[in-house]
Design a protein around this ligand. Structure first.
Ligand SMILES: [Zn+2]
Length: 177
């Protein structure tokens, strides 16, 4: 079992980029266990996705919500995620992040992507086309794996507008320690 500790903005782990893990066939047992633990955390916090950085580990592991309608998600674990293609057309939608409690703002993301990685629903390396919300969630979690946060994707006006909220979140993080 991994000792998971939830990380909040502006903790340093959120800015660390994970390197791919090398394996043939079946991934290491500890990563499979981590995926299950992360799914539990994600459900508990009612998130649409979660990256290892958000539970204090710098690893290329994430769980992504696959929308099932009515605000429900199935969670799929991905190891070594990668985006190999993305559409030129984009969508702007409100986005949140479990590491930034209460913060939501519009983020522009590609409407469609081709995602690659080891997927735990098929238990092998796979390449799949994701559209809309599913693409958005994959992009958001894949950013985490690379140390990129959704605030980096905010436009200039939004960045200015959310400054007080970011300050408040940073203060709450300090108080948690
Ligand atoms: Zn996030």
């Amino acid at each position: 079992m991994h000792n998971l500790r939830f990380t909040y903005y502006p903790e340093k782990t959120l800015r660390m980029k994970a390197s791919p893990v090398d394996f043939d066939g079946e991934p290491p047992e500890d990563l499979l266990n981590l995926i299950e633990q992360m799914k539990d955390v994600c459900r508990e916090k009612e998130g649409a996705g979660l990256s290892a950085q958000q539970v204090g580990l710098v690893l290329p592991v994430m769980v992504c919500g696959v929308p099932r309608g009515g605000g429900r998600y199935d969670l799929v674990g991905v190891i070594n995620p990668k985006i190999i293609d993305e559409s030129d057309d984009t969508l702007i939608r409100e986005e949140g992040c479990l590491s930034f409690p209460g913060l939501y703002f519009p983020v522009e993301r590609p409407r469609k992507i081709v995602a690659e990685g080891w997927f735990d629903d098929v238990k092998r390396r796979d390449k799949r086309e994701l559209v809309g919300m599913a693409a958005r969630i994959f992009c958001h979690e894949n950013d985490h794996i690379n140390g990129i946060l959704f605030i980096d994707r905010a436009d200039k006006i939004t960045r200015e507008r959310i400054k007080p909220q970011l300050k408040k979140i940073a203060q709450e993080t300090m108080n948690r320690k």
